[in-house]
Ligand binder design. Sequence first.
Ligand code: C5P
Length: 245
Amino acid sequence: MSGKENRVIDPKCVIVALDFSDSGEVMELVSGLDAANCRLKVGKELYTHCGPALVERLVADGFDVFLDLKFHDIPNTVAGACAAAADLGVWMVNVHALGGRRMMEAARAALEQKSHRPLLIAVTILTSMGESDLLEIGLSGSAQENVIRLAKLAEQAGLNGVVCSPLEVDVLNQLCGETFGFVTPGIRPVGAQVDDQKRVTTPVDALNAGSDYLVIGRPITAADDPLAALQAINSDIRQSFPITA
Ligand code: C5P
C-alpha cells in the first residue's frame, strides 16, 4: 500500500461489498461495473453460497477481489487457507489478528511462497463489539486500546494493513509505518441512507483521515443505477485527490 507522505489515491480505492446470496444477482450487478474503477469484496455469506467458482469467475472477468473470510484458526490451517486464496487469484485476503502473531506470520509466510501474492490484512476488533463484550471474552481496556495493540501486532507480523473504522484511521496512521494500509467500511456518500451502520464517514473524509481503500456496499449495490452511484463517488474522490495511474 502507498506511503502516506504526498499520498495519491488508488483509482480503484472503492471496494464494492457484494453482500448477496445468489450468483445471478452478483453477475447482474457486476456486468454493469468496470474493473478499472472499483474492486469487489466477497464475504462469508456469498462465498458460502457460491464457493470458489464465483471468485474465479470475478477474477477471470478482470476484477481485483478482496476475499473477506477473516480466517482465525491454528497457524497451519490459516496458512493453508491463505495459500488456497492465493491460488484463486484474489487481490486481498484477511485474517483475525486475535489469532495471534504466529498465526499471522504463518499466513504471511505461506503467501510469500506464492507466485501470485495477495495483500494480507487483519481484522482487529469487530466493530460490533463494545467494551462489555470485550470484558466478557477477557479483553480489558477500551476497544480503541485493543484495536491499537492488535494493529501493531499485525504490522510486526509483516501484514500489509488492517480493516478498521474510518474513525480509528487517524490514530492508527500516527502509530503505524508509512506503508501499513487501512481498509475502511462504514462509508456513506453525502445524503445516502445510513442503513444499519452506526457511525459513518463520507468517502472523501475517510480518505482524508488516511484510509487507503473504502468498502462500500448498499450505497452502490442497492442503487437504482449502481454504475452511476459508483461514478458519482469516484468523481467526488477525483475532485479532491490526485489519482495514481
Ligand atoms: O452496505 P454497507 O456499505 O454498509 O456494507 C459494508 C460492508 O462492510 C459489509 O460487507 C459489512 O459486512 C462490512 N463491514 C462493516 N463494518 C465492519 C467490518 C465490515 O460494515 N466493521
